[in-house]
Design a protein around this ligand. Structure first.
Ligand code: SF4
Length: 220
């Protein structure tokens, strides 16, 4: 784990756990560099003291984990923000618990595995925010059009109540294209699949199916 120095001032709205409140320090879970650009800039624009938090045991394999970690560090440098980084690669406990939580040993389907995956990452962020004296926590997962936005929001609110810390909610999907454009301009690594081994398998089997169809059509 690595920490940099603090900056920033205040934030005063879009807080969700049943009450609106003023806050000055917010810890933001970063799933990767590209998805974090818009949420972080949006909160920095409100002049909050924003820190990043990298905790993503879902990412497979190690080479992919390192690429995403590196893009998070690069972005933190661009934005001059502080980051807390879980740099150890520990995929096995994640996979074991994911299988147990879905009751599926071979290939847990997306609609059953993602809730667990969001939950562990948000929970670690909520705990770190609470124990390090932050006023709120949030996540770049709220930026992605490919994730279950409502489920992430509900989990964040529930975890906020559980740990006694505010969950900062905003529908960051509004900045979808801005985030894509800026990640390209900054040359950040852009991943080709969500993160876990199952999403990697699904992505490449879809690609294989597409290639098979193209080959069949061309040879007719
Ligand atoms: S598809 Fe993405 S969100 Fe769902 S379990 Fe895999 S890494 Fe997590």
């Amino acid at each position: 784990m690595e920490m940099k120095e603090a900056t920033g001032s205040s934030l005063s709205h879009r807080l969700l756990n049943g009450e609106a409140s003023k806050t000055s320090r917010i810890l933001v879970h970063m799933c990767c560099g590209p998805c974090s650009i818009y949420p972080l800039k949006s909160m920095l624009g409100d002049r909050a003291e924003v820190w990043g938090f990298f905790y993503n045991p879902n990412i497979h394999p190690h080479s992919e984990f390192l690429r995403r970690l590196s893009s998070v560090k690069t972005l933190a440098g661009f934005l001059s923000i502080n980051v807390i980084l879980h740099e150890e690669y520990k995929p096995l406990p994640f996979i074991r618990h994911l299988k147990a939580s879905t009751g599926e040993q071979k290939h847990p389907p997306k609609d059953r595995r993602c809730g667990y995956c969001y939950g562990v990452r948000l929970e670690e962020t909520a705990k770190a925010a609470k124990s390090n004296g932050f006023d709120a926590f949030s996540s770049s997962l709220l930026y992605s059009r490919y994730q279950n936005h409502e489920e992430i929001k509900e989990l964040g609110v529930d975890l906020g109540k559980k740990y006694g810390i505010l969950f900062y909610y905003e529908d960051f999907r509004a900045g979808w294209q801005d985030g894509i454009n800026e990640s390209k301009e900054k040359g950040l690594y852009r991943q080709k699949y969500c993160g876990c081994i199952y999403s990697k398998i699904e992505r490449y089997s879809k690609r294989k199916e597409g290639l098979k169809k193209t080959f069949k059509t061309n040879s007719q």
